[in-house]
Design a protein. Sequence first.
Length: 306
Amino acid sequence: METLTLLSALAVHTTHIGLTATASTSYNEPFTVARQFASLDHLSAGRSGWNVVTSATDAEARNFNLDHQLPHAARYRRAREFMKVVTGLWDSWEDDAFVYDKEGGRFFDPSKLHILGHRGDHFQVRGPLNVARPPQGHPVIVEAGSSPDGQDLAARWAEVVFTVQQTLEGAQAYYRGLKKQVADHGRHPEQVKVLPGAFIVSAAPRPRPRTSTPRCRTWSTPSSGSACSRTSSAWSTYPVTRWTARCRSSRRRRARRASSSSSPSCSPRAAHRTRSAVPAPDAPPQTVTPATPRAGCTNSLTWLRG
């Protein structure tokens, strides 16, 4: 579902949780984003948050009149100007600008209205925002950038930063570096909270959890793994070329084993499911097509049974 619509519905049924949605600075307009999150902040009585992203894949770009995404540096130049416009629009009205004076015929105090009048490299936005100032002033800004540009954006604007680091030493270095950048931008370091990311594997009690992670890794493909490594600076030094070669070799071995087997499945467990799903002799033919075949399955279950 569309996130802001969903969070607007949740706002009227909750009271104590923050409601944070992701919106890209590469494929939106500042006035629209400012209006949406200001509205959510009013609906939730000051509980909205915006997870700022610049997007990272060509697949997303193809939904917005582009064949390829903008270069990394260009996306962040646009994002910095985007943030300046959005926060300026949220400041269009002072907290007590709306007086609602029926007897005097005054809806708001004109002296407390501020026209943005922004003209930049990417945007021309006059303002003001046609929504009253959000209850929080500015909705909570969340950011997850780990690249130098991402950290700079977070240090300038974010109040919550979440990151995935592979070692304790790396996490501590990231924390110290980000806090220093926050101070360099004239903000108090404690204004920004750093949250560690985690990949949770849920399974039965031991020893099952220890075997679940390697099993999950078999569902990944070389293309998806290398895509993740390109978008995660924490993996920037990992030798993905050797990893990809090993994966391809492993997949070829699995393909040879699968082609020499009479079973159309990829594992004993899949074979068990296949046998249990074979229809009775008098049943009509049926096609079984899983939504997403498991990585490494050369045959999966996409075949005609009769």
